[in-house]
Design a binder for this molecule. Sequence first.
Ligand SMILES: Cc1cc2nc3c(=O)[nH]c(=O)nc-3n(C[C@H](O)[C@H](O)[C@H](O)COP(=O)(O)OP(=O)(O)OC[C@H]3O[C@@H](n4cnc5c(N)ncnc54)[C@H](O)[C@@H]3O)c2cc1C
Length: 462
Amino acid sequence: MDKKTRICIIGGGPAGLSAGMYLEKKGYTNYTILEKLDRVGGKCWSPTYNGRRYEMGAIMGVPSYYAVHDVEEFCGITHDGPKLNRNYKNGKGDVIEPFEPKKNILKIPRLLKMKKQIKKLGEILETKYKGYDLNGHRGVAEGRYEGFSQTSSKRQPVKGENPNLKDLCMPFKDFCKLNGVELTQDVWIGPYTSFGYGYFDEIPAAYVLKYLDFQTCMNFVKINLWTWKDGTQSIWEHLNEKLKNPARLNSNISKVERKDGKVFVTVNGKVEEYDKIIITSPLYVPNKRKDGLVGMVDYFDAREDEKKYFSKIDYERYDVLACETKPEDHPEISYYVFDNMVPEKLGHLMVYYRRWRDTKDQVITTYALRKHRDRKEIPYEECRQTVLDDLKTMHNPASNVINEWTVYYFPHVFSEDYAAGWYDKVEAMQGKYDTYYAGEIMSFGDMDETAEYSRELVERFF
Ligand SMILES: Cc1cc2nc3c(=O)[nH]c(=O)nc-3n(C[C@H](O)[C@H](O)[C@H](O)COP(=O)(O)OP(=O)(O)OC[C@H]3O[C@@H](n4cnc5c(N)ncnc54)[C@H](O)[C@@H]3O)c2cc1C
């Protein structure tokens, strides 16, 4: 492609900004990033409270976040945030140590079995499911893998046939049963369901295992994690400052028309002309949201195939509250509440995060899911109240809520559409209307998977 190609990128989150960075590294300088809000970072949102930044969105990374590492290198920054730590509570608010045999004498046989199954899962992922951990979902439903190896920062293109990969289309719970590793869910559920990515009986195994590949999950277990002092938003603020063309904030896009090999974008009432467009903002938002967020099908001249496939996308209703507490009620540490990570406890507090250990004058943040595919959605206000009641049960009552957010979280498709080849059909549409699709739905809803997908998109098509 001509390096002077005029490229419009919609969205100034990790996917959009890193698309700009990788394009720039490849010699494309004629790109424009349009961001709807008055800030960059998207779901990496780190507001300030009492002089420090707390996290309303993304919190942490792992050492295998190679794309985030590319960004750090590009900007000359590093992961310099507070060390994470955590403990566990049951639904009644008692501190528990579910993985400590000495504290769970009766559960020792189960814990031993679990350990064996974790080892087995590690082995079959490397052998039977070779190719499972590539970024994106190309070929999985057809029993192929295609992408770039993720074992080091020097990614190599890899490709191959593996019919077993089709198993990744089924919900993770069924996948575990099929492979006799049901107890591994006890470990994977912590960094999966409580982080808002849905329940194992409804989410295809591909999402679970591409995000929580074996190594990444073990990093969570060992708390080998990265954070940033000024919050994850600061990563993207630094990147935005370094880019030749920083994101244009407060860009209200009312219309996008693609005709005669050109893309016409109406921004803040004025028509701008481009050659190509990369969308990192939502493709489809199934219900009306109070924040006015809409999908591309709502303001693009969406074609029939775009409408057909994107209408299959659903997302999680994941709610975050930032709460003040009295110093005496402030938690010692962050807590995971496993009892509340099951669909029957929809709308309950699953995890709460204490970020700063040297002070009690900072906020804590709480996390709850209120949607499961087969259940009635819990209304926002009801969930909010339940979470505040749960904090009391946990002996860490909130004195005030200072910030709250119900997130358009983890867009995904369900098993039947995944198995019917949703990803291969959408991947085949890349570039068809001078349009490229990136962001969370194309890979997974975390900082690194989205940035890595942008890297590969640039590598493949530009
Ligand atoms: C509570 C929470 C906890 C999380 N924890 C972690 C974590 O610990 N680690 C991790 O790696 N990830 C975490 N994530 C996920 C991570 O933040 C996201 O996956 C990542 O930000 C996705 O990047 P993106 O660019 O694809 O999308 P987004 O971050 O959603 O960015 C999309 C951007 O597009 C903009 N936009 C939307 N519509 C339009 C439009 N019409 N026109 C112009 N711009 C538009 C948005 O304003 C936004 O800036 C968390 C997210 C949340 C909410």
